[in-house]
Design a binder for this molecule. Structure first.
Ligand code: JSK
Length: 446
């Protein structure tokens, strides 16, 4: 069956500042929690850091030219808060703003729609020193930073995203400690999650107040969960995991409530003064679209010993990526249809979807990543089925434009459409990049 996407479908690729830019001490950039975390021994693969990464801060012109050559229609990047406000607040740093202004102008000149994420995990360390996301004040600092960018770059960027994957920022950052700032505490994680959402809502309000002629949304990790078996206790565990990862963020943004089952489950992990009167109204300030990051399915089993969730993820049985993540395209269709049913007919962009593979440059100088092509094709088809079922899907951004710093995994995981040789910074488009170019050009994938 031929699958055809609409003419104006926004096909693109995504990146994030700390994962590609490097130049961490240039032009007045302040320290971020990821600089501090990556430079702490034992936190990342082989102690790797984003100090240089893909050197995109210096090579952005070449990178925009590459995107144009690949026929991308959209480019999702993130703005590094510590480049704009090196101390988190106070006086903005004009050189930081200039970098993103030049990038946005170059993208528009190349016919590529810029999509900017305001927070992709690189909190200014100065704000961490004052308590970070578990401190309510951080939400207000975020809204001030956001407002400044709306005033300076607002109309030049058609799509704005407040937060990327607040689940990861809150729970990898403050519960498992796998990400910056490396805290391990349920209360801190839940406080961080609430203040991230509050910061989101305040930023959306600032966007409306400034009157930016553009659209704004939030990007949430939407994982497809399924019970490990049909047993009632596994089904209940599956519900809890879904509440933990998906509903805890979707419900407040789109329904204006935290899920009651999870509020009960968390009990006194949620102190009475955390969620203040009016917070949920702010968080539920209407957005223009939802960004969905979809990677895999997790199957969940009841586990009485597994903390407050009493649930654990069981190892996948099907095919997996180099991250060990199950390849399950069907989950994307189910998820999109469920979002549509539960939260209404909201415009959706897939803001991340992709896979890590053990890519290598072959003797012919090319990178033959057939498994990534297969992965993308299957997921594009799943997205298309959801559209046929009525989901208002407007675009699809592959994670990621080029191999980059994959957080705790350092440079050991390659998700890129473009291969990066870190010794020379040479970019080599993989077969998947050329394949995607044809999909974009024709709107079909045979
Ligand atoms: C890739 C984490 C942002 C960008 C990329 C996916 C990820 C994820 C994605 C969690 C998850 C799904 C949560 C529930 C339960 C535990 C980055 N995204 N990326 N990294 N992590 N599961 N255990 N197996 O680099 O910067 O689901 O998972």
């Amino acid at each position: 069956m031929t699958v055809r996407f609409p003419e104006n479908f926004l096909w693109g690729a995504a990146t994030a500042a700390y994962q590609i830019e490097g130049a961490v001490r240039e032009d007045g950039r302040g320290e971020s929690i990821w600089d501090r975390f990556a430079h702490t021994p034992g936190k990342t693969y082989q102690g790797q850091t984003g100090d240089v990464a893909c050197d995109h801060y210096h090579r952005w012109e070449e990178d925009v030219a590459l995107m144009r050559e690949l026929g991308l229609r959209g480019y999702r990047f993130s703005i590094a808060w510590p480049r704009i406000f090196p101390e988190g607040a106070g006086k903005p740093n004009p050189k930081g703003v200039d970098f993103y202004r030049r990038l946005v102008e170059a993208l528009r000149g190349a016919g590529i729609t810029p999509v900017a994420t305001l927070y992709h995990w690189d909190l200014p360390q100065a704000l961490q020193d004052r308590g970070g996301w578990p401190n309510r004040e951080t939400a207000y600092r975020f809204a001030e930073y956001a407002r400044y960018l709306f005033e300076t770059l607002g109309d030049a960027i058609p799509l704005w995203i407040t937060l990327n994957e607040p689940w990861c920022a809150a729970f990898y950052g403050h519960l498992t400690g796998e990400h910056a700032p490396g805290i391990r505490d349920w209360r801190a994680a839940l406080a961080a999650a609430h203040h991230l959402l509050l910061g989101h809502g305040l930023a959306v309000r600032a966007f409306r107040e400034v009157g930016v002629r553009a659209q704004i949304g939030i990007t949430l990790l939407c994982t497809h969960f399924a019970p490990a078996t049909d047993a009632p206790e596994d089904r209940a565990a599956d519900m809890r995991y879904d509440g933990f990862v998906n509903r805890w963020f979707l419900d407040p943004v789109f329904l204006g409530t935290y899920p009651a089952d999870m509020v009960r489950l968390y009990g006194d992990l949620l102190p009475p003064d955390l969620i203040q009167p009016g917070d949920l109204e702010i968080i539920a300030t209407p957005v223009d679209f939802l960004g969905v990051n979809y990677y895999y399915r997790s199957r969940v089993a009841h586990d009485e010993g597994a903390g407050p969730l009493r649930a654990r993820v069981v190892p996948p049985t099907g095919p997996v990526t180099d991250m060990g993540w199950e390849i399950y395209p069907q989950g994307l269709e189910v998820l999109l249809c469920r979002l549509h049913q539960t939260y209404g007919n909201i415009p959706i962009y897939i803001t991340e979807s992709g896979m890590a593979a053990r890519d290598e440059v072959g003797p012919d100088g090319q990178v033959h990543d057939q498994e990534r092509i297969d992965y993308l094709r299957a997921h594009f088809r799943a997205a298309h089925r959801a559209m046929a079922a009525g989901v208002d899907l407007r675009g699809y951004f592959v994670w990621t434009l080029m191999d980059n710093f994959e957080w705790a995994y350092g440079y050991s995981k390659r998700f890129g459409l473009v291969y990066v040789d870190y010794d020379t910074q040479r970019r080599i488009p993989k077969d998947s990049a050329w394949w995607l170019r044809e999909v974009i050009r024709t709107g079909e994938m045979g």
